[in-house]
Design a protein around this ligand. Structure first.
Ligand SMILES: Cc1cc2nc3c(=O)[nH]c(=O)nc-3n(C[C@H](O)[C@H](O)[C@H](O)COP(=O)(O)O)c2cc1C
Length: 182
């Protein structure tokens, strides 16, 4: 088995998970931007992770531009978001990003990241400024809403190395999930 990990991360949380996975599998880890320069013929397992933005898996469209090169390989996805882990999140992320695509059955894992306003790029800073204003005006705020409001001033980090174990087990398990990409 020769895996490789690609990631897209804005403020560093997804990168942290990608590097933990790379360390555990003893394999290379690349930013998605570098994918064009990596010879994918050298690998038979491809792992891609991106952060969640309004439920969308960051970078997935760019990642899939390489679909011809990743066809026939074992593919795993992971999403990193600020929301607490729950059994329903992978299903929601799958529905939002993969339904009716060739990757509908690709194994998908969710890991909790964090939130650090100061590390966001300018477009996301502007987006989050207005989104936080909107949350502050909301009447019946959820626990997640409160967390996002607090995170605006005070960064939080819920990354947990242990949470990558199910992904590692699935990768190590065997060749049953070769992807059909078309
Ligand atoms: C514009 C924006 C939208 C977001 N939408 C979601 C979301 O839908 N679900 C979620 O759990 N987290 C959401 N987040 C939080 C990020 O996914 C979280 O901060 C993540 O850890 C960032 O990882 P990164 O630093 O690797 O980009 C959002 C953050 C931003 C800036």
């Amino acid at each position: 088995m020769t895996p490789v990990v690609f990631y897209k991360s804005i403020s560093g949380f997804t990168e942290k998970y990608a590097r933990w996975i790379g360390e555990a599998l003893d394999c290379p880890v690349y930013n998605l931007n570098a994918m064009k320069n990596v010879d994918l013929r050298d690998f038979d397992v491809i792992i891609y992770g991106g952060s969640l933005h309004a439920c969308g898996l960051n970078g997935l469209k760019s990642f899939l531009q390489y679909y011809k090169k990743i066809a026939g390989k074992r593919l795993f996805l992971f999403a990193v978001g600020a929301s607490p882990c729950s059994e329903k999140i992978p299903g929601i992320v799958r529905q939002h990003n993969l339904e009716n695509t060739a990757l509908a059955k690709t194994p998908l894992f969710y890991f909790r990241g964090g939130y650090n306003f100061s590390k966001l790029d300018i477009p996301n800073k502007i987006l989050m400024y207005f989104f936080t204003m909107h949350l502050k005006r909301k009447k019946n705020r959820t626990e997640d809403d409160e967390g996002m409001i607090q995170g605006y001033d005070k960064p939080f980090d819920f990354t947990d190395k242990e949470s990558i174990k199910p992904l590692l087990e699935a990768v190590r398990k065997g060749p049953e999930n070769v992807q059909e990409i078309g």
